[in-house]
Design a protein around this ligand. Structure first.
Ligand code: PLP
Length: 379
C-alpha cells in the first residue's frame, strides 16, 4: 500500500509512520476479549514507563476522546469538597482548564499571566498560603505560543502546601523528556496523536494511584468522565468502562513499540533538530518569534505575521497544503501569528523541503523577502 506522506507542521495530530497507519488494519475483534485487555495492559504500562513512573505508584488510565477530555477529567475528578483549584495560566490551554472549572462550578483561582511570560511563583505562593488549594494546575508547553512553564518548581511549590500537582503535558509527553519524580508531577496527560505519533481518539492520564484511590468519594461531577470510575474498571477487568477506540489502540501499540525503539534521548534530539531547522528557515526569511527563544519548549515556533499588504496566511497555507505541507494559525488574541511545530515522524530534511515551498509561496504571492515589520513585531 502506498500512502501519500504529508508533513504536518500543525500542533497535532502529527505525521505518523506508515507502520503505525497500517497497524489499524486488523481482524475484527470484540474489545471485551481477554486478548484485547492484555494488549491494553501493556500499553498502560508503557505509558507510565515513558515518564519514568514506578508501576506500583503510577498508573495510566485510558479514555476515548481528544486531549481535552484529560483536562476535564483531572479537574472534575480530583477536587475534594470545600477545596479550590489554582490554575497558573499563561496561555490558551490553561484558559481551557479555567473554562472547565467554570463549567462545573468548581471553586478555582485563575491566576493569569501574560502569554509571553513565565508565571510568577511568588503570586502563586500567596494564593497557596490561604490553605484552600487542593490542586495546582498548569500547562507544560503552552501549545498556542510554545512557551515552556517551569513545572518542576511549580510542582515543588504545590507539594510544599500539600496540594496535588496536575500538569497538561499533551504537547511535551514522549517528546521532551519528563520524569514524574524529578518534575514533581502527580498527574500528567497526553493524547495518542501527539508525542507518541499515533492516531487521534485515544487519550490518557498518567497519575498517582493513591491520589486516584483517595478521590473515590470526592464530589461526582461527571459520569462518563470520572477518573476513579475508569481506573476502578481497569483495575477490576483490564478494560475501558465503555467501548474503546479499538483500531486506534492497535495503532498506539505499534507507535509505542517505535517510541522505545527510537529511544527517549534520540527522539528528543530529532525533535530538537527539527525545531532548530524551523528557526533557521524562519530567520532566513526574516520572521520574528512571539516567545523569546530561551523560553521556548523546543517544539512549537510561533511566528508573527509580517507587515506586508500582500501577506495572506490563507493563500500561503493553501500553496503549501497542495504540496503536502500543513501550517497552522496561531492561538493568541492580541497578535496575528502562525505556528510551525516539531512534533511527529519528521526530520530536518522535511523542514528544508518545506522552506523551499514556503519561500516559493511568499514569492508567488508577492511578499517581500526578507519580510518586513514596521516595529510592531516583538523580537
Ligand atoms: C493538543 C492539546 C490538547 C488537546 O486538544 P484536543 O484538541 O482536545 O486534542 C490539550 N492541551 C494541550 C497543551 C495541547 O497541545
Amino acid at each position: 500500500m502506498n500512502i501519500k506522506r504529508n508533513i504536518l507542521l500543525n500542533p497535532g495530530p502529527s505525521t505518523t509512520t506508515d507502520t503505525v497507519k497500517l497497524a489499524q488494519v486488523v481482524p475484527d475483534i470484540c474489545p471485551r476479549e481477554r486478548e484485547f485487555a492484555g494488549m491494553m495492559k501493556g500499553i498502560r504500562e508503557d505509558l507510565v514507563r515513558i515518564v519514568h513512573g514506578k508501576q506500583e505508584e503510577y498508573t495510566a488510565v485510558l479514555f476515548c476522546g481528544s486531549g481535552t477530555i484529560n483536562i476535564d477529567i483531572c479537574l472534575n475528578s480530583l477536587l475534594p469538597a470545600g477545596k479550590k483549584i489554582l490554575i497558573l495560566n499563561n496561555g490558551a490551554y490553561s484558559t481551557r482548564a479555567a473554562e472547565v472549572c467554570a463549567y462545573y462550578g468548581m471553586p478555582h483561582v485563575d491566576l493569569k499571566f501574560p502569554i509571553d511570560e513565565l508565571p510568577d511563583l511568588k503570586q502563586a505562593e500567596d494564593v497557596l498560603k490561604s490553605g484552600e488549594i487542593a490542586l495546582v494546575y498548569t500547562t507544560h508547553n503552552e501549545t498556542g505560543t510554545g512557551i515552556l512553564n517551569p513545572i518542576r518548581e511549580i510542582g515543588a511549590l504545590a507539594h510544599r502546601y500539600g496540594a496535588l500537582f496536575v500538569v497538561d503535558t499533551t504537547s511535551t509527553y514522549a517528546m521532551r523528556p519528563i520524569n514524574v519524580y524529578e518534575d514533581n508531577i502527580d498527574f500528567c496527560m497526553a493524547s495518542a496523536q501527539k508525542g507518541i505519533m499515533a492516531m487521534a481518539g485515544l487519550s490518557f492520564i498518567v497519575g498517582r494511584r493513591a491520589a486516584i484511590e483517595a478521590s473515590k468519594d470526592y464530589p461526582k461531577r461527571s459520569y462518563y468522565c470520572n477518573l476513579y470510575l475508569q481506573y476502578d474498571f481497569f483495575e477490576k477487568t483490564g478494560e475501558m468502562h465503555f467501548t474503546p477506540p479499538v483500531q486506534t489502540i492497535y495503532a498506539a501499540k505499534q507507535a509505542l513499540k517505535e517510541y522505545f525503539a527510537e529511544g527517549e534521548a534520540a527522539k528528543w534530539a530529532r525533535h530538537t533538530r527539527v525545531f532548530e531547522a524551523i528557526h533557521r528557515g524562519l530567520a532566513e526569511l526574516g520572521f520574528r518569534n512571539v516567545i523569546k527563544r530561551e523560553l521556548q519548549a523546543g517544539l512549537v515556533v510561533s511566528a508573527i505575521y509580517p507587515d506586508d499588504p500582500n501577506w495572506d496566511f490563507g493563500k500561503v497555507h493553501d500553496y503549501c497544503y497542495e504540496r503536502g505541507f500543513t501550517i497552522y494559525p496561531g492561538k493568541i488574541s492580541t497578535t496575528n501569528t502562525f505556528r510551525l511545530c516539531a512534533l511527529g515522524a519528521i526530520d530536518e530534511k522535511d523542514i528544508e523541503d518545506f522552506f523551499a515551498v514556503f519561500r516559493e509561496a511568499l514569492e508567488r504571492t508577492g511578499v517581500t523577502i526578507p519580510v518586513v515589520y514596521r516595529g510592531g513585531g516583538k523580537a
